[in-house]
Write a protein that binds this ligand. Sequence first.
Ligand code: ZN
Length: 240
Amino acid sequence: MSETRLALVKGKALKYRVRRHPRARSWKLTVSRDQGLVVTMPPGQNLAGIDELLKECEEWLELNVSREGVWEGPAIRPIATGTEILWLGIARRLEISALSGGRKLRRMEIGSGILKMELPADEVLHPRPALINFLKKKAKEDLIWRVEYWSLITGLVPSKVIVGERNTRWGSCSSQGTLSFCYRLVMAPPAVIDCIVVHELCHLKFCNHGKDFYGLLESFLPDYHQTHNWLTENATSVSL
Ligand SMILES: [Zn+2]
């Protein structure tokens, strides 16, 4: 059971959803692109305290709701024939159709200006998971190849590369030398992807954003400033 409500956060209207959960032990706030703000309420509670709770968390809320762009509720784009999806920085028009003869094996193909999805009949109306799955697989191929390429040039070699869903960062580098990337990076132009890859590789040497770190990054990518902000400026185009 859930209901949609409005709150005033830092003087701005925020649309959110309240969900009652029988096993929830305490109130919980989550913010995501596809759900917006969801307030989970434990059993036996009422809505009386909710405004106060949101008030207490308003700094956190402003930061997270702005980052996900969900002041007006979930910000997911429709995935349907005609939707434009970026692939390596170039828009492809989705073309979704059902596989004929009850076939089950998805067929996906990226062409110039087009991304063709042939899906089992029961997936045609809900193609998002199939698209995400496909992009993840392609992203893995692309990013692993790019890391190998840049490792050869920079001499910086990670212990492991992980490509998956990350909502908060495009890439990260762990103290064990593992590089992680968000699969949606493959929607960005190649120069932007390279910039993130080299940025994370440089963290294998310097785990901060100090002068030495940027000096190293610049030695490999003298123009990195030009691509650094692309992902922030084009946040909507690289969302799903
Ligand atoms: Zn960094």
